[in-house]
Design a binder for this molecule. Structure first.
Ligand code: SF4
Ligand code: SF4
Ligand code: SF4
Ligand code: FES
Length: 938
């Protein structure tokens, strides 16, 4: 439980150790140099009236309400824009100031609808508060003169209204959109009395550039920009601090409630990952938690062609346990297994992998990270010694050169993108390596210095060429390499071979050699250089190789071990880091320790009271293969829609269809549940109690906002299944699960719910050596001792474009939707994205007779689907792009079984395809016949 409103200090804190002492109303106060008089006063306990100032935005000085008197200075300066100077004596309350402030307020109020009692912001309106604060008792001006009371209302956004008659033109919204969000969708149009806020060129919010992050709504001091939920439900009266359940940024929120009803999510100022900002998903798209599609009762059926039967929890749990044991008795201990979810808490994941290892008695556990960041785990462990990003998000503020590789942060990791954009506006240089011209390449006040628009599947050739330039042009950090790294000489010989030069790879990658050389020089010599990457790096046949290639590049330039540098995966799902940390891979116990390590296994065996296998179990694709072949018969699927999210859908369907028992634990009857025999309803993040770990290794508390709607926490269900299978496993609270994790995992040994409640969050490693966590890794030495250079020869993918499949399909996500869309499709976010579309270059469209908006068939050698075409010159010729948020599109029907050589992570980013009109016009019929031939024959 927290305060509903945090104390607003008026202007942002200033960094730096130097301090200045002043007097405010006779009281001494010492503050950081550069602090405003307003903030200094607030820090000493004196709140100066204000309207246009707020501590999340730079001071603007427009409302003239915050006037003060300063000894020895003429006039009444605005305290928000006046910095402190040593010895300053400030008076904040004098008869003169009182009169001036009342005059200002009188003018505001005379042009404001006086409907306070029925206004949705009643009780949360700064205009109302300031009227009281300045002692306004009368308004001498009537409404007869010109006013804005009839100004129109814009209700086009599904989540907030813009009621411009209430606008006081303070510009906080405009500044929030620029400074915090970095979208610059709003302007103040006109001047003086005629000035008004405008989205774009006088458009409706929905038609403007607005991305619905809500920063303007949060910044608005009146009810002008207001959440629709507040208008409908009323002002919240209490709040609970918790963590967003969408992406790996892991934003902290205050869930604000009225009674038991969630009214709104407000980004938490003290949230380490987001510092008071959010995106449209976290702030607004929580309605899925109470969507009527949500299943709340356990259900069972003997055959997937039967109707579901609702049963009580005991029946469902005993059914699962009995069937699992029967299958093991008949087909062997290894015939069953499970998949953990990156959407659930660390504690929920931990108990599932423990159930599999200790109660099932095998290591057949894997996680959805298999299909996204498993190469990150492998690659960073090989080179640095630990499977995690090196920095905290704040670190980007110290970067001078930022490399974004195979990631689209403005859509995938929007709050981090806002931080990054702020740094870029301050002057940091940007290099984007991506086949698509993502928004970052050119957006308001930002332009990439280099966009290396490489051919899909050639990442490794590009990163090798970058390192080649660094080495052969003598731009590397010899001292860092000598002191901190090993295996350099062999790698240096490999990387300086002519075949790795930009000129040699130009034809393969499509990147002009000179551009590549310039990018390498910038990275090596431009100051602090940081790499941020996403699934465009990992979901390749050489995903792990590329991760190691980036690590090599960072090491050879000494860009590791301090703020502003590093190698940072932008993790997709909210708890993908955590699910990996918790021992979800078949070869690793919690804390990334190999199951074959006798000493480690003994520690777990002693704690868990069961012998553990020293052999790794099956990975997800091996489970599918074994199911089709008949030796793998039952699976427990925790919160992942494998039927939709895994590649080569036909094969996945065949595997699921072949199993005797499929148990799905989820919120909705998803695509996988079509193959399930038992459905165990799960809890939404609003009901969970535990922790999520974000992409910067930050462990955040997830606090329950409401009781589980299903009557049981997910961890309880798992424990009860284990118990019913004869393995005692019980906890009275998730806190005890975290205590067990801490006792077994050296990097977590200092973590506890108590510490998280005290500090807000911690970044692992958190132990005796770092009791408050570790924002930057590898500072004095690498986790593995010395950083290891690994040779990374480029091996082209087997997936090539051919005459029959001449285009390359690559996939990604968009801002408003999330993953397979199970949650976001059940919210008003569908207003932005009703369907998956196929983006293709106008040239590729033209030669196929395709126009914008046409329905097209997309076919690969494994399958075909259809979707609407959108022509876009963001795509290079020969490359097409789609998202995978809607099951009806079935984008994975066309993706192949190719995968990363080290981890089996699917090669989602490279599929050879053909595209043709679905309903061909006569001239295009020949192409269409050829297109459908393989799919029909298949
Ligand atoms: S919601 Fe966000 S993007 Fe839209 S206008 Fe407001 S601040 Fe800008
Ligand atoms: S909409 Fe709100 S924040 Fe924006 S100028 Fe008007 S009153 Fe200020
Ligand atoms: S950036 Fe990610 S974690 Fe933050 S609010 Fe958006 S979806 Fe949630
Ligand atoms: S708060 Fe200082 S001028 Fe508005």
């Amino acid at each position: 439980m927290s305060l509903l409103k945090e104390h607003d200090l008026g202007t942002p804190a200033k960094p730096g150790p130097a301090t200045v002492s002043i007097e405010v109303d006779g009281m001494p106060v010492t503050v950081a140099e550069g602090t405003s008089v307003m903030r200094a006063a607030a820090e000493s306990g004196v709140d100066i009236p204000k309207l246009c100032a707020t501590d999340s935005l730079e001071a603007f000085g427009s409302c003239r309400l915050c006037l003060v008197e300063i000894d020895g200075r003429r006039g009444t300066p605005a305290s928000c824009t006046t910095p402190v100077t040593p010895g300053m004596k400030v008076r904040t309350q004098t008869p003169k100031l009182e009169k001036l402030r009342q005059g200002v307020m009188e003018l505001y109020i005379s042009d404001h609808p006086l409907d306070c009692l029925t206004c949705s912001a009643n009780g949360d309106c700064e205009l109302q508060d300031m009227s009281g604060a300045v002692g306004l008792r009368q308004v001498r001006y009537g409404y007869e003169g010109a006013n804005h009371l009839d100004a129109p209302k814009d209700t086009s956004n599904p989540y907030f209204d813009f009621e411009s008659s209430k606008c006081i033109a303070c510009s906080r919204c405009v500044r929030a959109c620029g400074e915090i969000q970095g979208t610059f969708a709003l302007t103040i149009e006109g001047r003086g009395f005629g000035s008004k806020v405008s989205a774009g060129a006088g458009e409706l919010f929905m038609n403007s550039e607005c991305v619905s992050c809500g920063a303007c709504v949060q910044a608005c001091p009146t009810a002008t920009l207001q959440e629709k939920s507040v208008v409908q439900l009323g002002m919240p009266s209490r709040s609970v601090i918790t963590t967003c359940a969408y992406c790996g940024v892991g934003c902290s929120f205050k869930a604000e409630l009225r009674g038991d009803e969630l009214v709104r999510m407000v980004p938490y100022k003290d949230g380490g990952a987001n510092e008071g900002h959010s995106c449209v998903k976290g702030r607004f798209a929580f309605g899925y938690a109470t969507h009527p599609d949500r299943q709340l009762s356990p259900m069972v059926r003997d055959s997937i062609t039967d109707e579901w039967q609702k049963v009580d929890w005991d029946t469902a749990i005993n059914y699962v346990a009995t069937r699992m044991l029967d299958i093991q008795a008949k087909y062997g201990v290894g015939a069953i297994g499970g998949i953990t979810s990156s959407r659930t808490t660390n504690e929920e994941v931990y108990v599932v992998q423990k159930m599999i290892r200790a109660a099932f008695g095998n290591n057949n556990v894997d996680t959805c990270a298999r299909v996204c960041h498993s190469p990150t785990g492998y690659g960073l462990k090989q080179t640095f010694g630990t499977s995690a990003g090196t920095q905290d998000f704040r670190s980007v503020a110290q970067a001078d050169v930022i490399l974004v590789i195979g990631a689209n942060p403005t859509d995938g990791h929007p709050v981090f993108a806002s931080r990054m954009k702020r740094r870029l506006r301050e002057g940091a240089k940007l290099v984007v390596i991506d086949p698509r011209r993502i928004d970052l390449v050119r957006s308001p006040h930002i332009e990439a210095t280099h966009h290396l628009q490489l051919a899909p599947g050639t990442n490794v050739a590009v990163v090798n060429a970058l390192a080649h330039v660094v080495l052969t042009e003598g731009l590397y950090d010899r001292a860092f390499v000598d002191e901190r790294c090993e295996d350099f000489e062999g790698w240096a010989e490999f990387i300086s071979r002519p075949e790795n030069s930009p000129e040699a790879v130009e034809e393969i990658t499509g990147v002009p050699a000179e551009e590549l050389r310039a990018a390498a020089r910038l990275y090596a010599t431009g100051g602090n250089a940081a790499i941020y990457y996403g699934l465009g790096v990992t979901e390749h046949s050489q995903g792990s190789t590329m991760v190691m290639g980036m690590a090599n590049l960072a090491m050879v330039t000494g860009n590791i071990g301090r703020e502003g540098v590093g190698v940072n995966p932008l993790r997709g799902q909210n708890n993908v880091q955590g699910s990996c940390d918790m021992g979800s891979f078949p070869h690793e116990l919690p804390g990334y320790r190999h199951v074959s390590d006798d000493a480690v296994r003994t520690v777990f065996e002693n704690m868990w009271g069961r012998p553990l296998l020293s052999e790794p179990g099956l990975r997800i694709p091996n489970m599918f293969d074994a199911a089709v072949e008949g030796s793998f018969r039952a699976i427990f699927v925790q919160g992942e829609d494998i039927a939709q999210s895994d590649p080569n859908t036909k094969h996945v369907f065949a595997a699921l269809g072949a199993m005797d028992l499929v148990v799905v634990q989820d919120l909705f009857l998803n695509e996988t549940a079509k193959f399930a025999h038992v459905f165990l309803p799960g809890t939404s993040f609003l009901e969970k109690d535990g922790t999520f770990t974000n992409a910067e290794r930050r462990i955040n508390r997830v606090r329950p906002v409401m009781a589980p709607k299903t009557g049981k926490h997910e961890w309880e269900i798992v424990c009860e299944i284990a118990e019913a299978m004869g393995y005692p496993m019980s906890y009275s609270h998730p806190r005890e699960i975290m205590d067990e994790i801490a006792a077994l995992t050296p990097t977590f040994s200092g973590v506890s719910f108590e510490k998280l409640d005290k500090l807000g969050s911690v970044q692992w490693p958190c132990n005796d050596a770092a009791p408050e966590g570790t924002p930057t890794m590898h500072v004095d030495g690498f986790v593995r001792g010395k950083g290891r250079f690994v040779q990374t020869p480029f091996v082209p993918t087997r997936e090539r474009s051919t005459r029959k499949y001449p285009l390359i399909l690559t996939t990604g996500r968009i801002l408003s939707q999330y993953n397979v869309g199970a949650q976001t499709r059940r919210t008003a976010n569908v207003a932005w994205h009703q369907e998956d579309v196929l983006e293709l270059h106008p040239h590729d469209a033209e030669v196929r007779g395709i126009s914008d908006g046409d329905e097209v068939t997309l076919a690969s050698r494994v399958g075909a689907t259809s979707l609407r075409a959108v022509l876009s010159d963001r795509m290079p010729v020969g490359v097409v792009y789609t998202t995978f948020h809607h099951p009806v599109t079935g984008a994975n029907v066309v993706t192949t079984e190719n995968s990363d050589w080290a981890t089996n992570c699917p090669e989602y980013k490279v599929t050879a395809v053909q595209v043709g009109l679905k309903h061909p016009r006569p001239a295009a019929e020949a192409v269409q016949d050829e297109l459908l031939e393989p799919a029909l024959a298949d």
